[in-house]
Design a binder for this molecule. Structure first.
Ligand code: ADP
Ligand code: MG
Length: 587
């Protein structure tokens, strides 16, 4: 047994023993911890993993609690029907808010969640049917078969079963095709889109998931307390949940339990001592929380979870993928077919013309070099072809179809794979997982399937494919290393492997040989020739002229956004304008 498993076993043993061994007061405290951990877990995914901040989770808890409160007390509906009703209502609210705010970057989401939280608090407090500020009394207990969940110890069972299930679900989700995409959202959205991930939709899914967990917590809460009032859904509560996520460590699902435990216990304790200290009552704990969070963030932004994890000497690494049936491959165009046709593409950044009405084309099976001095517009051209940037003018056709108005994920779907000049990897993820993001469009299972682990066969195939491409790029021994731990040159090779995992027809490589040693460059050149043999066409930006000249079929030379020359490598090397503008500058 690994130490991590042992620690998990110990935690489970504690959970099982707690209701028998602990006095009532602590069982109740554990209930509050479980309820808070559910909400916090949603925030961990939303904030820690996906990078979206919400101060409004308490409002979703409130919807879950009030929905069941009203339905069970006023309409005498069974709690087992009010649960789906509350989840549905929360889901609608979350989709509504999310659709408006999740796409907006910066502070829009946090601010709108605060506004939403405040608004809903007043709705809870002012609606007649919700009992105004007095709330709803007499919420019935939940019954499961013949078992009535009416004591703190009974509620404990229900709350912690739900919490553990949510933790397992979250772990399953993160360890999947969708999970890899979610983990790329925070810092690598552009890259994820370039491999077919619909990042806006995915953010909405995470927002929805977090809201549903909060609503579940609200449902449990209402039936545990047997009473619902607006107080616990005040804005304060939303801030506390965020504290819990940050304190626990916003990027580990277990951090949710740690954060919820630490802050719930601390709050209980502070509630006793602070009013005595200040000699009047008030919510002083919020101030203390704030100070603690600032102090904690000052020392580490990773929260307490890493410190807890260090107590357990883990050797946890993902397993090397097992062999699996290869994924279906795309049909390749015949050699010589028109592949890419760039017609007078134009891109300006303010007054700076980065690409100036540039035209060139590529036939299938070709390696075309795109060269030019720094700032010539080569990377911008890549971004126009892949839809990362929209062209101001001109047309770009791929296999006869216009692609210049498509979002980059749709261009990726058509078989264009790319690398980025500024390496665009998720540093904390393994090389294997980074490359597997490239194969995103070759899988189809979504978040629900991965939570239920229905995606395992496909996942094995995706991982096996990723492993094959990593081997092929010569990085087999680094398969399970964090991508960020490799030297920059090798990170570029990871980028190539990731692009290959997408099974591209056309591969766009932006300075792939930069930072490689002589031997590695030779291996890369051999790899690229092999790809051409297989029918993959390559558009190559590279500064190493020996590398380029020995490899490409044809060259396009750019300078100041314009096409300076085009032709065979020998012609280009003799072209006086090119020598003047570019090659001469190097020698
Ligand atoms: P290259 O890849 O050939 O070195 P780039 O395409 O990166 O050149 O850049 C071309 C020009 O466009 C440069 O002058 C660069 O500063 C400018 N540029 C590139 N991207 C942006 C951007 N996002 N905003 C403003 N200017 C940009
Ligand atoms: Mg560049």
């Amino acid at each position: 047994m690994t130490p991590a498993r042992a620690a998990f076993g110990l935690f489970l043993a504690f959970l099982v023993a707690a209701p028998f061994a602990l006095p009532e007061f602590y069982v109740t405290l554990m209930n509050y911890i479980g309820l808070a951990a559910l909400v916090t877990l949603g925030l961990v995914l939303l904030t820690g993993v996906a990078g979206l901040m919400s101060f409004g989770q308490q409002a979703f808890v409130g919807i879950g609690a009030y929905a069941t409160g009203v339905l069970t007390t006023v309409y005498a509906v069974s709690p087992w029907l009010s649960l789906p009703a509350g989840l549905a209502l929360t889901g609608l609210a979350a989709l509504g808010i999310g659709a408006i705010t999740v796409r907006l970057s910066g502070h829009y989401l946090p601010i709108s969640t605060i506004a939403w939280g405040i608004a809903l608090y007043f709705v809870f407090g002012n609606l007649e049917i919700l009992g105004r500020y007095n709330g709803l009394q007499g919420v019935p207990p939940i019954t499961v078969g013949g078992w009535t969940v009416d004591s703190g110890r009974d509620s404990y069972v229900l709350i912690w079963v739900a919490t553990l299930a949510a933790l397992v679900a979250a772990r399953n989700l993160l360890d999947s095709r969708s999970g890899r995409a979610v983990r790329a959202l925070r810092f690598r959205g552009t890259m994820a889109e370039s491999f077919g991930v619909d990042t806006a939709r995915l953010k909405l899914v995470v927002f929805l998931y977090a809201a549903l967990l909060a609503a579940l917590s609200g449902w449990l809460y209402a039936h545990f307390l047997r009473f619902v009032s607006p107080g616990p859904f005040n804005v304060n509560a939303g801030i506390e949940y965020l504290f819990m996520a940050v304190v626990g460590g916003a990027s580990s699902v277990w951090g949710a339990v740690v954060g919820a435990s630490v802050l719930t216990m601390l709050k209980e304790w502070l509630k006793d001592i602070l009013p005595a200290l200040f000699e009047q009552s008030g919510n002083y704990e919020v101030i203390v929380f704030g100070v603690l969070m600032v102090a904690l963030l000052h020392r580490t932004s990773a929260g307490l979870m890493p410190a807890f994890a260090r107590l357990v000497p883990t050797s946890r690494r993902e397993a090397r993928p097992r062999e699996a049936a290869p994924l279906a491959r795309r049909e390749r165009p015949r050699a010589g077919e028109p592949l890419l046709d760039v017609r007078a593409a134009h891109k300006q950044f303010g007054g700076l013309v980065a690409v100036s009405h540039l035209s060139f084309d590529m036939k299938s099976g070709e390696i075309l070099g795109l060269i030019g001095p720094n700032g010539a517009g080569k990377s911008t051209m890549f971004n126009l072809i892949t839809g990362v940037l929209a062209a101001d003018d001109g047309e770009i056709l791929f296999r006869g179809e216009r692609i210049d108005r498509l979002p980059s994920r749709d261009i990726a779907r058509r078989g264009i794979g790319r690398t980025f000049q500024h390496v665009n990897l998720v540093g904390a993820m393994s090389v294997l997982e980074n490359v597997a993001i490239g194969a995103h469009l070759r899988g189809r299972h979504g978040s629900v399937a991965s939570i239920l682990r229905l995606d395992r066969a496909e996942e094995a195939r995706l991982r096996a494919e990723a492993a094959r491409q990593v081997e092929r790029a010569g990085l087999g021994e680094h398969l399970l290393d964090a991508a960020g731990s490799l030297p920059l040159g090798q990170q570029r090779l990871v980028e190539i492997a990731r692009a290959l995992a997408a099974d591209p027809v056309l591969l766009l490589l932006d300075e792939p040989a930069a930072g490689l040693r002589y031997r590695e460059k030779q291996a890369l050149a051999a790899l690229l020739r092999g790809l051409r043999e297989e029918g993959i066409s390559i558009l190559l930006v590279e500064h190493d002229m020996d590398f380029v000249m020995g490899l490409v079929d044809r060259l396009v030379v750019m300078d100041f956004g314009e096409k300076l020359a085009e032709g065979l490598p020998q012609e280009i090397q003799r072209n006086p304008a090119v020598i003047e503008a570019y090659l001469g500058g190097i020698e």
